[in-house]
Design a binder for this molecule. Sequence first.
Ligand code: PEP
Length: 257
Amino acid sequence: MRTPIVAGNWKMNKTVEGSLQLIAELLPLLQDTAGVEVVLCPPFTSLWAAHQALRGAPVGLGGQDMHWEFSGAYTGEVSAEMLLTCGCRYIILGHSERRAYFSETDETVNRKLLASLKIGLIPIVCVGETLQERQGNVTQQVVRQQVRGAFTGVEPADVSRVIVAYEPVWAIGTGLTATPAQAQEVHAFIRALLSESYGTAAAASVRIQYGGSVKPENAGELFAQPDIDGGLIGGASLQAGPFAAIVKATVNVSREA
Ligand code: PEP
C-alpha cells in the first residue's frame, strides 16, 4: 500500500520570518495527519529555520532544486549534502518552471536524481506536458520521454524511493485543473511505463503525485483516483487554511480506501 504524500512548493515566496509565521499557523492544523506524508518545500534561505521550527512535528522538509555535483565551483548552487544537513529529506527536481526558465533538461534532471538517491534524499521528479502538447495529442510521448529520461540509470532497488509528480504545465498556477479522469489516465500511463522498465511490483510501489491548481475543493476527488498518491501544491500551500484542508482531504481519502 502506498502512503499518499502532500508537498507544498512555496517557490520564491516567504522570507525567513514569513516562513516561520506560516509554519506556526500550519502546525496546529496538521496534528491528525496519520496515513499521509506531509512535506514543506520553502526557499533555500528558510530551510534551516524551518527545520528548527518543525522539530518533532509530523511534517518533512524538502528543497526545490539542487546541483548534481557534491561540491565545487558552481556559484549560486546548493548541493544535496547541504540540503540534507539543513534538515531536508526530500528534493523537488525538474519542476516545469526550472525547465522553462532555467534550461533544465531531462539530462540534468537525471543527473540530479541520481545524485539525490546517492546521498539519501527522496526525489520528487516533476513531469508534464504543455497546453500545446496536450492539444497536439503528444502528452504520452512527452511524459514518456521525461519519465524515461529521469529514470535512466536508476537501479531497480532504488525505484520505490523516487516520487513522480505529474504536473500538466497548463494547470500550474492557472486555476485550470486536470479532471480526475484526465489526471488518472496519465498517472496510469506513468505507472505502466515504470512497469515496463522495472516490473509490476516495483511500479506499484512508486508514488505518483498530481500537481496543478489543487485546491481544497478538488483535492478529494483527484486523490481518490487509484493511481494518484497525493499532490504537489503550489499556490494553495502558501496559506495555512487551504493547505491544511488539502492534507485533510487526503487523510479522509486514505482512510476511506
Ligand atoms: C506547482 O508549482 O508545483 C504547482 C502545482 O502550482 P499550483 O498548485 O499553484 O498550480
